[in-house]
Design a protein around this ligand. Sequence first.
Ligand SMILES: O=C1O[C@H](COP(=O)(O)O)[C@@H](O)[C@H](O)[C@H]1O
Length: 229
Amino acid sequence: MSPAGPREDFPDRVTLMAALAGRVAGLLAEGIAARGRATLAVPGGTTPGPFLELLSETELDWSRVSVMLTDERFVPESSERSNTALLRRTLLKYRAAAATLIPLTAEGESPEAVLPGLAEAVRAALPLDVCVLGMGADMHTASIFPGADKLAEALAPDAPELLPMRAPGAPEPRITLTAPVLSSARHIFVLLTGVEKAEALARALLPGPTEEAPVRAVLSHGATVVYAP
Ligand SMILES: O=C1O[C@H](COP(=O)(O)O)[C@@H](O)[C@H](O)[C@H]1O
């Protein structure tokens, strides 16, 4: 793997989430000042809730911010596994209620059926000003999983912005931003907490193919890892 970007360790999760929320808000404000609008991508899953809650309270011209998920599970929004529901619950309220959500899911039979209707709005909001990613213990990031059916396509330099994805490690089909979208963000953060993730990161930083550890696709593009135990 080419040299990894910086890593910032925090003494605890409260400090980490507050620092990241402040940093992301500052970068979005810079993007708005420079270009009139800014786009933010955030992860789903179990880690980012407190960061998203704090971000929702920050002072920013949220009416100029577009927000999308890095990936979504193809489940109804009523499911507790819906990343969109997480986003509505934690980020899209208070001051951040004025932001525009670019959806990564819609009602339909399959990810393939809804994807064309989603791609245009995603494309129009790119490039990402700030991309915050999570990582699973299997070293997947967004929904780019080791062993996934469209892994090679998602990692290819000419990948489309969005792909449907099915993987042995994912309980449901997914829709994910692809590696070129994630790695071309102006600022990339990988948000990690806990010993299991620290161990996975150590494995991901070893030399090896990106297919085995998809998070390498962003680590090799200067992503800043922010971590607390
Ligand atoms: O399934 C997913 O997993 C990753 C990691 O989630 P976590 O629960 O271990 O924090 C997440 O980044 C991704 O957005 C999500 O869809």
